[in-house]
Write a protein that binds this ligand. Structure first.
Ligand code: IPD
Ligand code: CA
Ligand code: CA
Length: 272
């Protein structure tokens, strides 16, 4: 059933998402750097057997607890039953890293309730770092309360970003934004897992993050983490963020205006 209206009830959902993330994370770690079946979804976009099995494990656990809930996940098509509760899942965020034996990946599980994110879990099994948040209940790393950094202005800030898989063929590729931010900010990391980038903004390890063409499963849990850690999340133009919109700016709040202004400046040249 899905009648949650308070934090205590969100906590029950969070606990099951943590169990699912633990199951998937342990499995991912056990298969890491082993020989994998890999399929190409596009020119650069790949999927491994571990992505698919992780998703199966996560969905199996969540539906065993909440059989009426809907599922949206990267690797499968799930019939939508019209439930107000919808789990939004990236079974492996950082698949390219995973497939290359580069130990930087996570699983991301978010619960949307009547259009609002209310619970989120991001688990990095290599570091055994579990990032969790519930709406109104704060953000945590392995049980310790998180808050965003206080870094400002932009020139003193460390940012994260990424590039879409079709960056060679579509000019909406983030290259111009990257150059502009690289000139202005202290540094940029392109680590390859958007969900972990967002968790790192929540943890104050990154001061800001932006990216375009992201999917709901890349950002669902991370957006809640950043907000619950006191940060700001908007679209590129500073307007309210929709997890299905693709363009995200997430920051400690202090540098948000500068980031939005920079994106507007680049957009005014016709590039991005
Ligand atoms: C990708 C990662 C990457 C981002 C890509 C995403 P995947 O997700 O989050 O950092 O730049 O846009 O698609 O394919 O590893 O789940
Ligand atoms: Ca992803
Ligand atoms: Ca993925």
């Amino acid at each position: 059933m899905c009648h949650a209206a308070d934090m205590t009830t969100y906590q029950e959902y969070l606990e099951e998402a943590v169990v699912a993330a633990g199951i998937a994370g342990r499995y991912q770690k056990s298969r890491f750097a082993s020989t994998l079946n890999i399929e190409m979804k596009g020119d650069k976009d790949l999927v491994t057997e571990v992505d698919k099995e992780s998703e199966r494990l996560i969905v199996e656990h969540l539906l065993s607890c909440f059989p009426d809930h809907d599922i949206v996940a990267e690797e499968g098509d799930y019939a939508q039953g019209g439930s107000p509760c919808r789990w939004i899942i990236d079974p492996v965020d950082g698949t390219t890293n995973y497939a290359h034996g580069f130990p930087w990946f996570c699983c991301s599980i978010g619960l949307e309730m009547s259009g609002e994110m209310v619970a989120g879990v991001i688990y990095n099994p290599v570091y055994d770092e579990l990032f969790t948040a519930t709406k109104g209940g704060g953000a945590y790393l392995n049980g310790k309360r998180l808050s965003v950094s206080a870094s400002s202005p932009l020139k003193n800030s460390l940012l994260g970003t990424g590039f879409p898989y079709d960056c060679a063929t579509d000019p909406a590729n983030n290259f111009a934004n990257f150059i502009a931010f690289q000139k202005k900010a202290r540094g940029i990391r392109r680590a390859g897992a958007a969900a972990l980038d967002l968790a790192y903004v929540a943890a104050g390890r990154l001061d800001g993050f932006w990216e375009l063409k992201l999917k709901a499963w890349d950002v669902a849990a991370g957006v809640l983490l950043v907000r619950e850690a006191g940060g700001t999340v908007t679209s590129f133009d500073g307007s309210s963020f929709d997890i299905f919109s693709g363009r995200i700016v997430a920051s400690n709040g202090q540098i948000h205006e500068e980031m939005v202004s920079m994106l507007a400046l680049v957009a005014s040249t016709g590039a991005e």
